[in-house]
Write a protein that binds this ligand. Structure first.
Ligand code: TYM
Length: 324
């Protein structure tokens, strides 16, 4: 089996953008690949956070992912900082990564704009740690959302630079996109994101989901109930495509254009379908989170396996670099 690696930051609640863009794909690939999934706490600390909250965030992220289908008997789930080889390799990879490449990263530019008072070096070298995450396990498949593609391209370049300088160690990691690589936030303006309050969490209560959907932006040209709408530019229609039945999607596509169906009714249909899809995940999550120790055990078990693999790669890397 080919090895697959992907990661998620414990920087807030896991949302349906993460799910449709990445996690759903992870679950679908779990039997075909040798899968490693990582909760990347060292990435999450590149922006300000509350240290008192971090442990819970990590455990929640693990529980949500397991509830969403990452069966720990079929894949490895672990926490990045439990395997120090990630940061060790990141340092080494820093030395083969051109500054100019990092300066071109759009996520860095966006985050630097968002966090003007804390543009730290970690934020800048973030993609190098991401490359180390993947390469330390020699993973070849990396399922991600669209916003991470540039980082995987860079990981590929870093692998090639290392190989050409020190000898072939790393395979080329390739990104794998889902059928929903970029889910927009319910504000309809930017992509759904943990750091902006424009998401629907995977374990959100029904009331809260309705509150968010009822105020969500639709086709802004449709000001009155009697105005015809255009589903193609309606953000919620995209969500219908992932949560509603073919009949419902066809009906909405037709009746929105003729103003037969109004936004409120359309939102109600979406609401019912999202609830139906999310409630098994939420129930499973609520069950799992009652026993945090079991989750911690799963994460430690995962880290042990990863550490063994990572140590082997690091020994090879050091040998090739003359660092024995
Ligand atoms: P993170 O935590 O921001 O997101 C986790 C995954 O969810 C995807 N995603 C989305 N997909 C579609 N629409 C959206 N609105 C949306 N928002 C997020 C992301 O693309 C991602 O796949 N740097 C990474 C974590 C990481 C990683 C890695 C990933 C660290 N090391 C190594 C792959 C390989 C990140 O911040 O993901």
């Amino acid at each position: 089996k080919k090895r697959l690696f992907s990661g998620i930051q414990p920087s807030g609640e896991v949302h349906i953008g993460n799910y449709l863009g990445a996690i759903k794909n992870w679950v679908g690939m779990i039997d075909r690949y040798d899968c490693i999934f990582c909760i990347v706490d060292y990435h999450a600390i590149t922006v300000e956070y509350d240290p008192k909250e971090m442990q819970n965030r990590i455990i929640n992220a693990a529980a949500v992912n397991i509830a969403a289908g990452l069966d720990p008997n079929k894949c490895i789930l672990f926490v990045q900082s439990h395997v120090p080889e990630h940061t060790e390799l990141a340092w080494i990879l820093n030395t083969v990564t051109p500054m100019g490449h990092l300066e071109r990263m759009t996520q860095f530019k966006d985050k630097a704009k968002q966090h003007r008072d804390n543009i730290n070096a970690g934020l800048f070298t973030y993609p190098v740690l991401q490359a180390a995450d993947i390469l330390v396990y020699k993973a070849e498949a990396v399922p991600i959302g669209e916003d991470q593609v540039q980082h995987i391209e860079l990981a590929r370049e870093i692998a090639r630079k290392f190989n050409s300088r020190y000898g072939e160690i790393f395979p080329d990691p390739k990104e794998i996109l889902s059928d929903a690589p970029r889910i927009m936030g319910i504000d309809g303006k930017t992509k759904m994101s943990k750091s902006r309050d424009n998401y629907i969490s995977l374990v959100e209560s029904s009331e809260s989901i309705w509150k968010k959907l009822s105020t969500a932006v639709t086709d802004e040209n449709r000001k009155r109930r009697t105005d015809p709408g255009n589903p193609e530019i309606c953000n919620l229609f995209t969500l219908h495509k992932h949560y509603s039945s073919i009949e419902q999607i066809e009906r909405i596509n037709r009746e929105c254009r003729t103003a037969e169906i109004g936004c409120v009714e359309c939102k109600k249909i979406l609401y019912e379908n999202i609830i139906k899809a999310l409630s098994p995940i939420r129930e499973k999550y609520e069950e799992l989170i009652k026993d945090k120790h079991s989750i911690i055990d799963i994460l430690h078990e995962g880290a042990k396996k990863c550490k063994n693999m990572a140590e082997i790669t690091m020994a090879e890397v050091r040998r090739q670099m003359g660092l024995t």
